[in-house]
Design a binder for this molecule. Structure first.
Ligand code: SF4
Length: 437
């Protein structure tokens, strides 16, 4: 099998993994003509999305052979798919030649587990180490780590990668037991803790060296870790997903948790659902996740015991506002920033701009128009100099209907379902879209 045929199989097998964004990675410098693939030095131009994300990566598996039998995975042991395996040298060559042709700006490398977790992890590290040390590759590298590998190897991977990730896959140990019986939630947590402690240790060392104005070379280590959870492969509800995400952000300082709507795979295991969940569910989870990270929402505010799933027809912030109407209207001219974050339709940046504006003059509706605030959503929930919503409107049972899309006639579809694998990760525009609501 030649490299192209292998690439066809192994790039296709990697597309189900969504946790490959690079936001927050430190940009390396190739000034002086040393090294290739710099994401920030002069001479080589790279395009970054507003959140700093690198948008073209060679996303590939080292091999799609796997000892494990995770039911949701196309590469599982019992799956009847074509198998292929790259050598570390082949991945290094591919990365460099794709980079030099300007096809990619970095590498996302994952792998099925062959022989043992340690053996596989060693191969993955070999690729990154060779790229960094032999070929001076200074582009972005994201390595998928294997929680079952030894802590020393997991820690070593971070020396060559900008980002590490370990997929949690399912939010509950029960779900994992059914769908990925060989995986263990405790091992995953231990591996995440290993990575987090190395990240913190490196940051501390760098801080001390800077403070001492030392000329000693600062150690480098991955700037963060991320994970992915599959939505809709088991019965877990949104509250369980968000609680798990909250736990990971809080305890392991994860950069991102990705929610990937379960995508039916060819020849699926019988215990999997036949259909994907609606994609809007994945989108609502991203919005709720955004609220926890940037809008200071507590995970328990986003769902309730009676309704553990997010509403699909309206966004989670609006949903919270409609459930907590006594909190409104909020005065744009007097309320603290954290309260402005609660107003539906008002993003973090606009809330900050409003706080800045009111130092100079009282905020008026015209200011909101200039800031291009979503007035339809915002007006019922806020007060400013020339706007005070009628209390009646805020209390009206009809308020929700104003925002929800009109009900649709359900159509029965008797045609054969066409299963299209879903896109691998959010595009830059999609990601940006999650930010303001
Ligand atoms: S360990 Fe990874 S590659 Fe192997 S079956 Fe499970 S999810 Fe797939």
């Amino acid at each position: 099998m030649n490299s192209l045929q292998k690439l066809e199989i192994l790039a296709d097998a990697a597309k189900y993994d969504a946790s490959c964004a690079s936001s927050g990675a430190a940009r390396k410098d190739s000034t002086g003509g040393k090294g290739v693939g710099s994401t920030g030095g002069t001479g080589i131009c790279h395009s970054y999305t507003p959140d700093g994300r690198c948008i073209s990566l060679l996303k590939v598996l080292l091999t799609n052979v796997c000892l494990y039998d995770c039911h949701y995975c196309i590469n599982r042991r019992s799956s009847n798919v074509r198998r292929a395996r790259f050598t570390p040298e082949e991945v290094v060559d591919l990365t460099l030649s794709f980079y030099k042709r300007n096809y990619i700006e970095g590498l996302f490398l994952s792998s099925g587990i062959v022989r043992s977790a340690d053996y596989t992890m060693e191969l993955v590290i070999k690729v990154a180490k060779s790229l960094r040390e032999q070929h001076h590759f200074r582009g972005y590298i994201h390595l998928k780590t294997i929680p079952e590998a030894s802590p020393e190897l997991i820690a070593e991977a971070g020396k060559y990668a900008d980002r590490l990730s370990i997929n949690v896959e399912l939010p509950t140990p029960e779900g994992l037991k059914i769908l990925a019986p060989e995986k263990n939630v405790h091992r995953t947590r231990d591996a995440m803790a290993t990575i987090q402690s190395k990240i913190t240790e490196t940051k501390e060392t760098c801080k001390e060296l800077k403070k001492a104005n030392s000329r000693v070379k600062k150690p480098t280590y991955a700037s963060g870790q991320s994970t992915q959870m599959i939505v809709g492969a088991d019965q877990s509800n949104d509250s369980q997903f968000l609680n798990r995400a909250g736990d990971l952000y809080g305890n392991f300082k994860l950069r991102r948790v990705y929610y990937s709507a379960f995508s039916p795979i060819p020849e699926p295991s019988v215990i999997l659902p036949l259909k994907s969940p609606p994609l809007i569910r994945e989108h609502r989870l991203y919005q709720a996740d955004w609220l926890m990270r940037f809008y200071k929402f507590d995970v328990n505010e986003l769902t309730t015991a009676q309704a553990p799933n997010l509403e699909l027809d309206i966004d989670p912030k609006l949903s919270w506002a409609l459930r907590n109407r006594s909190f409104f209207p909020i005065d744009l001219n007097r309320s603290p920033l954290e309260m402005l974050f609660r107003i539906p339709g008002l993003g973090v940046r606009n809330a900050q701009r409003i706080v800045g504006l009111r130092r100079h003059h009282a905020v008026r509706l015209e200011d909101l128009v200039k800031l291009r605030v979503n007035l339809k959503k915002t007006l019922p929930f806020m007060i400013c100099v020339n706007h005070n919503p009628a209390k009646l409107e805020l209390d009206s049972a009809a308020l929700r209907a104003k925002f929800a899309p009109p009900p649709e006639q359900i159509e029965m579809d008797f045609s054969t379902p066409i299963i299209v694998p879903k896109a691998t990760s959010m595009t830059a525009q999609q990601e940006a879209k999650h930010g303001e609501f």
